[in-house]
Design a binder for this molecule. Structure first.
Ligand SMILES: Nc1ncnc2c1ncn2[C@@H]1O[C@H](COP(=O)(O)OP(=O)(O)O)[C@@H](O)[C@H]1O
Ligand SMILES: CC(=O)N[C@@H](CCC(=O)OP(=O)(O)O)C(=O)O
Length: 288
């Protein structure tokens, strides 16, 4: 590259940083809950990139909270163990044997993968599940789903202590039932519940599609609650996208300013959404 062109690149980089100033100011001290879906975690390299963005966010004054999924990793382990698994409306039917595998995979393998990646990028992350410090107490979801929880009470005390200590919580989507039993919670549902309890400024749901698509396959960059109802009724929003859009609707009616569904595999997806005019994915905003 010629020296002159190289200078032009650096000038563009400096201009990008300068243009980010209003966004950096806006998100200073804001809580951003990020749900990292299992499909958005496909390699160590992608995980390192994600972790780097999270550490940068924290460095500039955001309080990030990571809530993760891990459905594909759970499926892989259940298959190895020859345990059959079914989904109803995007939620896993969970019996005693299944919940043990879910906890082992989520709290063991996936949670530590993320924690380690953030720490390697110079951040300080701590791994938790909803069972720690009374973070998430759940009621049982539909009885036919078995040991699946729906969040009932969130205790944010430990999260606030971690923010004060510049520590990034990484939370596996498990909860404690009223009798202390372990319940499997859909990752999107869990992320939405934490976002509402914290009055988060943004809930980012990172997945493997660039946003919510209409019947022609085009990504809808802004989505209203009415559009979500119509697209769900007509079957265009299906499978794992049902709990995602439902979570966004619940979140914006419960104290979250906006929720975004975006492609977690795209480079710097979170930074693009938070710190640029461009934004990313499909945004659902709370009524003013
Ligand atoms: N209208 C829609 N727009 C985009 N994706 C959709 C839509 N309806 C269903 N999907 C599916 O939802 C999937 C995302 O949900 P899921 O597989 O549960 O992701 P994750 O593991 O990241 O939580 C997409 O990969 C896509 O196949
Ligand atoms: C009740 C329920 O469905 N729990 C999910 C928890 C993991 C999850 O949500 O993972 P993704 O975000 O990667 O889909 C499950 O067992 O797969």
């Amino acid at each position: 590259m010629r020296k002159q062109d190289m200078n032009r690149d650096w000038i563009a980089t400096a201009a990008t940083l300068s243009a980010a100033l209003p966004y950096l100011q806006r998100y200073n001290d804001a809580v951003v809950v990020i749900k990292l879906g299992g499909h958005a975690m496909s390699s160590d390299a992608e995980m390192e990139n994600f972790a780097r963005d999270v550490v940068l966010m924290q460095q500039v004054g955001v309080n990030p909270v990571i809530v993760h999924g891990g459905g594909p990793m759970i499926n892989e382990m259940l298959e190895k163990l020859d345990i059959k698994s079914d989904f109803v409306n995007g939620k896993r039917v969970t019996d005693k044997a299944t919940v043990e595998v879910v906890e082992m995979v989520l709290s063991g393998r996936v949670n530590k993968w993320i924690v380690n990646a953030i720490n390697r990028q110079g951040g300080r992350a701590v791994g938790l599940s909803g069972k720690d410090a009374n973070l998430m107490t759940c009621d049982q979801d539909a009885p036919e789903l078995g040991l699946v929880g729906t969040p009932a009470e969130i205790d944010t005390k430990v999260l606030k202590t971690l923010f004060d200590d510049n520590t990034i919580p990484v939370i596996a989507p498990l909860g404690a039932g009223r009798d202390g039993e372990t319940l499997n919670v859909n990752g999107d549902t869990a992320a939405g519940a934490y976002a509402s309890a914290l009055n988060a400024d943004r809930l980012l749901l990172l997945t493997d599609v660039s946003g919510v698509k209409d019947g022609d396959g085009n990504v809808l960059t802004e989505l209203t609650p009415e559009q979500i109802s119509e697209l769900t009724a007509s079957g265009v929003i299906a499978g794992g996208m049902i709990p995602k859009t439902q979570t966004c609707l619940d979140a914006i009616s419960n104290g979250v300013r906006a929720a975004v569904i975006l492609d977690g595999r795209a480079p710097n997806a979170c930074l693009l959404e938070l710190f640029t005019e461009h934004g990313a994915g499909s945004i659902i905003r709370a009524a003013k």
